[in-house]
Ligand binder design. Structure first.
Ligand code: TRP
Length: 412
């Protein structure tokens, strides 16, 4: 069977691939943009009481940075320094000029089997964790929401499914890896469909910038493919997100920050480690975590020196110390230059780990759950019309809804 639209070559000249300033909000505008914008700055306290169209006009004007944060309870200090903090820094840094969409992909959470009695709580806990780590949720340019609370994610996915090839999904590396590890009987259609849902997450909000790790770059490329495929078949429906290469240029490729396992320092610290002895979890008892540091593997060189190849254990502890003290690697290395006693060095690191976890856990319990839920609900209310506008454009294009004429996008 040949189905032409599965194999269309990517179109690189799509005008919507270049900029998303050209998006026309396909919604009746009650307030002209400047009025809404002005109001927003003049009257921040009543901003959320404004009619939603005013908010839409205002938030539709900024390019969108979007990222999904998986619900997970047992995050490690590696996740904290390697993923959570960089995302929060990025959000703070760009929130003046960009709209930041941070969402929890709760529907993605059970593409492989999980304990469903814990999912909802984990979702909320995840949001709280971001707040405890410093995400400013009172910032009006930062939106935090749950995927399943905006039904357009699911609806767009089922439409895009029919324009996606079985072959192209079968070739996805994450699908191949995960389906191999859980076995065919436990491999769900949800896992197969994971990249299509992810494409919907991105395309619904016209997002141009999507920071992704290496494990997700193939999914981002698929998002571009399906967007371009739909655009060439149905005219310009979607903003095509930037290529992986451009994403790395925009965000700065992560500097290879990797916290290694304490027991086996040539392996990345990972929550799926069997014993957990070499892993520091954010919810570890601080005293026990300090003991884990004292038990970290070192070497017999009696030299506190940063050399990942020859002294991976010591180098890892230096790295952890520099992150915890918020100083450069060079400065911690200088601090211990000439010292030979690993026990004393470990005590310093263990003390910092204990202090960090104590402080973080205190902050986490202090995060007010109601404030977090209010933020989630507010973002979901604000963004639903945006997602629905995209969905509606697609529904009209594919013939599910009558073409009202005002839904076609004009180019700015
Ligand atoms: N798949 C991403 C991950 O595992 C999470 C995710 C889901 C996502 N939808 C997304 C990330 C859309 C960026 C954009 O980390």
């Amino acid at each position: 069977m040949s189905v032409d639209y599965f194999n269309l070559p990517p179109i690189s000249h799509s005008p919507y691939g270049e900029s998303n300033h050209t998006i026309v909000p396909l919604l009746p505008t009650i307030y002209p943009f400047d009025y809404a914008h002005g109001l927003r700055h003049l009257l921040p306290t009543i901003y959320h009481l404004l009619p939603s169209n005013a908010i839409i006009s205002s938030i539709m004007t900024k390019p969108v940075i979007l990222t999904g944060i998986r619900a997970n309870n047992d995050l490690t200090i590696g996740n904290y320094f390697g993923a959570i903090l960089p995302i929060i820094d990025m959000a703070k840094k760009h929130s003046g000029d960009y709209q930041i969409n941070m969402f929890i992909p709760d529907l993605h959470s059970f593409t492989t089997p999980i304990d469903h009695t814990k999912l909802y709580e984990q979702t909320i806990n995840n949001a709280k964790l971001f707040v405890a780590a410093g995400l400013p949720i009172d910032n009006q340019n930062i939106f935090m929401y749950r995927q399943s609370f905006i039904p357009a994610h699911s609806e767009l996915t089922i439409i895009l499914d029919s324009f996606t090839g079985f072959g192209e999904m079968s070739r996805m590396i994450q699908f191949k890896d995960k389906s191999n590890s859980v076995g065919a009987d436990r491999t769900s259609l949800g896992l197969f469909n994971y990249p299509v849902l992810m494409a919907s997450d991105i395309l619904l909000y016209n997002a141009k910038y999507v920071p992704v790790g290496d494990d997700q770059s193939q999914h981002l490329e698929f998002t571009r493919d399906i967007a371009q495929r739909m655009n060439s078949k149905f005219n310009e429906l979607f903003v095509v997100p930037d290529s992986v290469k451009n994403q790395h240029e925009f965000f700065g490729k992560d500097q290879g920050l990797r916290i290694m396992d304490l027991i086996n320092p040539i392996k990345k610290m990972s929550k799926s480690d069997d014993s957990g002895r070499g892993v520091i979890f954010l919810n570890d008892n601080p005293v026990i975590a300090a003991k884990k540091v004292m038990g970290a593997t070192t070497d017999d060189k009696a030299k506190i020196n940063f050399d990942r190849d020859n002294q991976p254990g010591i180098s890892n502890l230096l790295e952890i110390l520099s992150l915890l003290q918020g100083v450069t690697l060079q400065s911690v290395t200088d601090q211990f230059k000439g010292q030979t006693n690993y026990g004393d060095f470990k005590k310093v690191v263990a003390g910092e780990v204990e202090k960090f976890l104590t402080d973080f856990q205190k902050k986490l319990v202090e995060v007010d759950e109601n404030t977090v839920i209010t933020k989630l609900e507010q973002s979901e209310r604000d963004l639903t019309p945006i997602a629905n506008a995209t969905l509606s454009r697609v529904q009209q294009a594919v013939g599910l809804r009558p073409n009202t004429g005002d839904i076609t996008r004009s180019e700015g």
